[in-house]
Design a protein around this ligand. Structure first.
Ligand SMILES: *Cc1c(COP(=O)(O)O)cnc(C)c1O
Length: 404
């Protein structure tokens, strides 16, 4: 019964498990929704009409394919391997998140949903969901921790402009994990008409696999673009990790290419040893959150701890179960970068490449720097530039002690 896939790219198994991780740890009352979603997604996946519609909006609304770019001056600066960026920061709304929101909202439409719900921490996923919901005329309710609403006013205003309703969540610490619980509760009580758009490769099966599939457009394009431009695959593919969706989207099409090292970079915050970080794999333990089993930040009693990172998009207290699996299997490596390193790379990339990166991929760039010297000249590194830094300029100015 429990046949184990024999290739990395074929997971999860029929139960939605990635080895010891993933699965469906949800209330019995949620199962009908989840089974309906799984069935609908399975059907949509192999329907050419669904794929044609997804491709059309990815092209005309999101702006895909995103370019592949040789970061010549950073390559010179780091003095080793050639560095290439996959430019997903050029997408509509400025990051990779819309790839997934577009897929899920099109699926919602196909399932006849009349109401879209989502949870958001920093507000980026809320904005991307509200953007696509607006395009298709669907009412959108975004659950957001009250603390986060206070911290992320511009994104709250964006969501409202886009016609979404932002519902403050005051339970717990009023942050992302509380908003996720509230969204799951909403979904249980609106079985028939509501579609829950999850923003990363987390949640109960089929979400981790479905979000990965929608984000895999990043890796599929990049793989073909590398072959086209330099006639070979990169030696390493690197991405930052919050929940892990842009990294999983980059990695998945390379999973069977043994020569390609896959490297995820978590947020080490003020340093993993300080406890103030968001590095679930490097500084967490397996447990259950948001309907799946994975590595989490939790205290001795198993309570989820709020993550810390200079980058609001990385402070998710868990990581997608597929990463936990690839970590344990040794197929992908997981490193980390601190707030300080991200700040340094943010400025360096702006000055040398004329690209202001989001603070999230600035973490990845810190490890690209080491890797460039380690691999040396003649080797190639592909990094996902998953978001642009416009949203971060105020936070960075504050950290640098510059008034704006
Ligand atoms: C949300 C976000 C992330 C973190 O999410 P993943 O699921 O790990 O990709 C990273 N970068 C940017 C720009 C984001 O907006």
């Amino acid at each position: 019964m429990n046949s184990r896939p024999n290739a990395f790219s074929q997971w999860p198994d029929a139960q939605g498990r990635f080895g010891d991780y993933g699965g469906r740890f949800v209330a019995e009352t949620l199962m009908p929704n989840i089974l309906r979603l799984e069935k609908a997604y399975e059907a949509a996946k192999s329907d050419p009409e669904f794929k044609a519609e997804l491709d059309e909006f990815a092209r005309d609304f999101v702006g895909r394919p995103s370019p592949l770019y040789f970061a010549e001056r950073l390559t010179e600066e780091f003095g080793g391997a050639d560095i290439w960026f996959k430019r997903d920061e050029l997408n509509h709304t400025g990051a990779h998140k819309i790839n997934n929101c577009l897929g899920q909202v099109l699926l919602a439409k196909r399932m006849g949903a009349t109401r879209i719900i989502a949870e958001t921490g920093a507000g980026q996923h809320g904005v991307a969901t509200a953007t696509v919901a607006a395009r298709f005329g669907l009412p959108c309710i975004v659950y957001m921790g009250a603390t986060d609403i206070e911290r992320q006013k511009p994104n709250v205003f964006r969501m409202k402009l886009l016609g979404a309703e932002v519902v403050p969540v005051t339970s717990g610490t009023g942050t992302l994990k509380d908003a996720m619980n509230e969204a799951l509760r909403d979904w249980v009580t609106h079985v028939k008409d509501t579609f829950y758009v999850i923003g990363t490769v987390a949640g109960p099966h089929p979400y981790p696999a479905m979000v990965r599939d929608f984000q895999s457009v990043i890796g599929r394009e990049a793989r073909a673009q590398m072959l086209d431009r330099i006639g070979k695959l990169p030696d390493a593919a690197v991405a930052c990790i919050g929940g892990g969706s842009n990294a999983m989207g980059l990695f998945h099409p390379f999973l069977e290419d043994e020569s390609v090292r896959l490297i995820g970079v978590e947020a080490a915050g003020k340093g993993i040893e300080t406890g103030e970080h968001a590095a679930s794999l490097n500084g967490g333990e397996p447990g259950i959150l948001h309907g799946n089993r994975t590595y989490l930040l939790q205290d001795a009693d198993g309570q989820i701890i709020d993550a810390h990172s200079i980058s609001a998009g990385l402070d998710y207290p868990g990581i997608g179960p597929e990463h936990a699996f690839l970590h344990d299997a040794g197929r992908a490596e997981y490193l980390s970068a601190t707030d300080e390193e991200a700040l340094e790379m943010f400025q360096l990339c702006a000055k040398l490449e004329g690209i202001i990166p989001a603070l999230e991929p600035a973490h990845a760039l810190a490890r690209v720097r080491d890797l460039a010297s380690e691999l040396g000249k003649g080797k190639t590194i592909l990094m996902n530039m998953c978001g642009r830094g416009d949203k971060d300029v105020f936070a960075v100015a504050e950290h640098l002690g510059v008034g704006l």
